[in-house]
Design a protein. Sequence first.
Length: 367
Amino acid sequence: MGIFDRLKNELLDIIEWSDDTANTMVWKFPRFQNEIKNGAQLTVRESQVAVLVNEGKIADVYQPGRYKLETQNMPILTTIMGWKYGFNSPFKVDVYFVNTKQFVDNKWGTKNPIMLRDAEFGPVRLRAFGTYAIKIIDAGKFIKEIAGTQSHFTVEEVSEQLRNLVVTRFTDAIGESKIPILDLAANYDELSKFIAGKINPEFGEYGLEVTKFLVENVSLPPEVEQALDKRSSMGIIGNLNQYAQFQAANAMEAAAKNPSGNASEGIGMGMGFAMAQQMGQMFNQNQQNNNNNQQPPPVPGGSSYFVAVNGQQQGPYTLAVLQGMSTQGSFTRESLVWKQGMTGWLKAGEVSELNSLFSSVPPPLPK
């Protein structure tokens, strides 16, 4: 520093800071050999606090306002220095201005996918990102724990550490929440508040507070999203048989509109009809197979019935087998039966075809 700057600072007795940046958290007031004149005017603006540091220790913290630095309004520093009779000479002290406004739009995001277990999809990998806002609530603690003796400290210098802390707590919180993957979008607000509550105590150790935490997006890997899109499409289509017939009709119409002459038009129409017929037969066959899979096949050689025994389906049994079972007493009028074509299970005594089986059963022996 030149002689002119030294003389200028000696005469200067106004201490203030007009912040023209958007990211400065701490700024040290420059003064030659850190000498502050007795009676100097200290101006602390809104969204600022001024911290006076003497011999490496925090002495006084001034809130927004205008102060004349004299013995009577510097209680802590005066006690430390032991000035019993006041002071008229300059004193050495570091003056730090700390920005207490909110620092918004701080980005956070997962560098690598988060492995989670979902109740519906099983193990899945998630990515997430969002923003958060912070402010300094304890200037002394922030200077001691983070800024240190730097004369100019910006939010970028601490953002990486804070971002890692946010992602770690987010991963833990989303795992504990047990929210299904498909329901996450409906719970962004609740999830944001929950995570803010988890990380604020740790931010408080640095003299910071998270004033706003936002989850903007939680996404699945591209291949999983494509599978979900297909699943959603199937749900929207509904009846696949009707949809296939509709598609075949469109294909037939497109083939019939072939502009390649009359002969080609006939060929195109024929191909369209053939395509529609083939697809219709295919889906009718699939539908028939599904129906057959849902119903037991008929037994050759007459009627056959399924019998419910102790809550279990048994059979099918022919009428001859049921005759023997009724003779042994294991098949009665109260037994539940079903065969192909019946709408539900009925008592054997209510089926006319089975009544003859019970009429031939001998009565119980006399005692």
